[in-house]
Design a protein around this ligand. Structure first.
Ligand SMILES: Cc1ncc(COP(=O)(O)O)c(C=O)c1O
Length: 335
């Protein structure tokens, strides 16, 4: 992020497992806020900040126990989730944090999950967090910001998530009802997918068609290692041929990759007119696509190409097999 020219002063750092090296680096560059997720992390951050003779800007990431009504793997604000500090314990943890010499309490944070398609869970979380801000103020802990996380969904198929401006207006309206005490709070949001999800496509070539009695398969050269969401969450991504003018018989296919897993599919039961050699696009791959990709099955990762009108530029070139193997070494006795 820094190498890309990002402003460290706009960074909030969440995550249940921040390492000592990461805490130190973030303190050195001066990030906006550490969203601390446990008491032991708080102690570690206080120690790192003391070693650098700094005070760490902190929000506690609370877990408001709100059901975001999304896939369980991307629900992060429920009681049983590993994320955040249970909201009922937050006041006590804030009081402990206040006593730590190298911690400066700035705000409260939450992130209840990803790919939310209605506003209600966001508003429920905001209400709970605002109630906590009030309790903290009564206890003499004044905060300056409220970080409501990311999570705004996109349309993969038939979902119709709220538009970003409706989402922001709904948050501000809800805050407004709580009166002037809360109006000086700075509101931070951390949307990811809503910004880039529908900005990316995965392009793949059909290798073979396997026509069977009960199922037809279109075997393509992209796989679960390139786009993990269908395998991981049973997520639906639109799949369409790049060229629609070629005469092709339409059939219902499972669109699968070459990896040795039955879970290696990009889409199931899709009606398509395709032939070997045709290019397909797998839509909505701009978020949690390349970033979740891997070299599973010794598959070099795909190139990333940025398209700007009629111009394009390779922003990450394709990996080679030699590069993947360059990380490996034989033990000395095998040489
Ligand atoms: C703490 C936090 N904030 C923001 C995001 C971005 O979420 P989304 O892409 O759903 O907006 C994530 C995603 O995992 C997250 O963990």
């Amino acid at each position: 992020m820094l190498r890309a020219g990002g402003d460290p002063g706009k960074v909030v750092f969440s995550g249940v497992g921040k390492t000592a090296a990461e805490l130190k680096r973030a303190l050195e560059v001066g990030i906006c806020c550490f969203n601390v997720e446990s008491e032991s992390e708080l102690a570690a951050l206080d120690a790192e900040a003391a070693a650098l003779d700094k005070r760490a800007p902190v929000s506690l990431r609370v877990n408001p126990d709100v059901d975001p009504a999304t896939h369980p793997y991307i629900s992060t604000g429920l009681k049983e989730s590993k994320f955040g500090i249970p909201i009922e314990s937050a006041l006590a943890v804030y009081q402990k944090a206040r006593a730590l010499p190298n911690i400066e309490l700035r705000g409260v944070a939450c992130h209840i999950g990803s790919q939310l398609t209605t506003l209600t869970p966001f508003i429920d979380a905001l209400e709970r967090v605002v109630a906590l801000v009030g309790e903290l103020a009564d206890a003499g802990i004044e905060l300056s910001h409220l970080d409501l996380g990311g999570g705004l969904g996109i349309s993969y198929n038939e979902e119709r998530p709220p538009e970003p401006d409706d989402y922001v207006l709904a948050l501000l309206d809800a805050l407004q009802t709580h009166g002037t005490r809360y109006q000086k709070l700075r509101i931070l949001i951390e949307p990811g997918r809503a910004i880039v999800g529908n900005g990316g496509l995965l392009v793949s070539q059909v290798l073979y068609l396997k026509l069977g009695e009960t199922k037809h398969f279109a075997v393509i050269d992209a796989a679960m290692n390139d786009l993990m969401r269908p395998s991981l969450y049973d997520a639906w991504h639109d799949i369409a041929p790049v060229r629609v003018d070629a005469p092709r018989e339409r059939r219902v296919y499972d669109v699968v990759g070459p990896v040795c897993e039955s879970g290696d599919f990009l889409g199931r039961n899709r009606e398509l007119g395709v032939a070997p050699g045709d290019l397909l696009v797998i839509a909505s791959a701009g978020a949690y696509g390349a970033s979740m990709s891997s070299n599973y099955n010794t598959r070099p990762r795909a190139a990333e190409v940025m398209v700007d009108g009629a111009r394009f530029h390779v922003v990450r070139r394709r990996e080679t097999l030699e590069e993947l193997l360059a990380f490996e070494a034989l033990p000395p006795e095998a040489n």
